[in-house]
Design a protein around this ligand. Structure first.
Ligand SMILES: Cc1ncc(COP(=O)(O)O)c(C=O)c1O
Length: 306
């Protein structure tokens, strides 16, 4: 964040579960906004109540999300008024609400419904005895075009924008888009290290697989758009990773031209939830990351890669 010149006071700690050391480290850094969704977590802020403002995370389930986060985090909206009253009685300031409708949300309905329910809650709090809540964090979940998904972000966001217009005017809105910003920024290059014919199909073994950069296929249920650089007549083929495990198959059905050892396979939209979960299983090193818009620094560091 320092590198991005973002003042620490403008950052938020969004994980609903924190250790005391996490809170202290964040405060020392200058971050004073944290997220909570349960009473035990709220009480962790008693020693720091003079210094913090909290967001109460609410749960909204979403059948359109590839990863539904409401199973794990968020308080039920019906329990929110009592929670906020309890925080006030403890002298801990709840300054707003937050939610995350789940990652790769393919329809805007969940965002819209969550905003509407938060609007109703914020208005009921304003009409009550306590201090009004003035911040709404609408989280992430904004989708990208993976293989099989044709997402156009403008029509996706139109109903969300309309719903946001109904918020009381004293409420500031922030968002936490992750995948939408990060995913298109990275492209994976992997090369063929082995080939054979099995079950009447060409199999190509690559130097990266589901234990590496393609781990998001398992943890994140993502299907990355995959291409071969080479042109030519295509046949139904299999792409497998380099490890000894049979789960390490990237796709068992992809149209590819005939490839040779050393030929490149390209996967796009690889900037989110890929290298973060990659492992070095079987002593196969993780794929190095090269930053191409900083070419002077990148080329020498690429030469060092064994
Ligand atoms: C608290 C929080 N904010 C933001 C994000 C980013 O979400 P997405 O990549 O779906 O936009 C996540 C992802 O899990 C998250 O847990």
């Amino acid at each position: 964040m320092e590198q991005c010149s973002i003042p620490p006071q403008r950052t938020i700690h969004t994980h609903p579960i924190k250790r005391d050391i996490d809170i202290r480290t964040s405060l020392r850094y200058g971050c004073t906004t944290f997220v909570v969704d349960n009473m035990s977590e709220l009480k962790k802020f008693l020693p720091y109540r003079e210094r913090v403002g909290l967001l109460l995370r609410l749960a909204f389930s979403n059948r359109y999300a590839v990863v539904d986060l409401s199973k794990k985090f968020g308080l039920d909206v019906a329990e929110a008024p009592a929670f906020i009253t309890k925080a006030e009685s403890l002298g801990i300031r709840i300054k707003g609400l937050s939610f995350h409708v789940g990652s790769q949300s393919t329809q805007p309905e969940a965002h819209v419904l969550a905003i509407k329910r938060c609007t109703a809650l914020l208005e009921s709090i304003r009409d009550g005895a306590g201090a009004p809540l003035s911040l709404l964090d609408i989280g992430g979940g904004f989708p990208i075009a993976y293989a099989g998904f044709g997402i156009d972000i403008k029509p996706f966001c139109a109903p969300i924008r309309s719903a946001l217009k109904t918020l009381p005017d004293y409420v500031q809105v922030i968002a936490e888009p992750g995948r939408f910003i990060a995913a298109p920024a990275m492209t994976c290059l992997t090369s063929v290290i082995g080939k054979t014919q099995r079950q009447h199909r060409p199999w190509y073994y690559l130097d990266d697989g589901v234990y590496g950069s393609f781990s998001g296929q398992i943890f994140d249920h993502a299907r990355y758009p995959i291409y071969a650089l080479k042109q030519g007549a295509r046949t139904e083929s299999v792409l497998a990773g380099p490890t000894c495990d049979s789960i390490d198959i990237i796709t068992s059905s992809i149209q590819l031209p005939q490839l040779e050892i050393g030929d490149l396979i390209i996967a796009t939209m690889m900037g989110a939830y890929t290298s973060a979960t990659a492992t070095a299983f079987n002593f196969i090193p993780k794929t190095p990351i090269a930053v191409l818009n900083d070419i002077k620094k990148t080329i020498p560091s690429m030469r060092r890669i064994p």
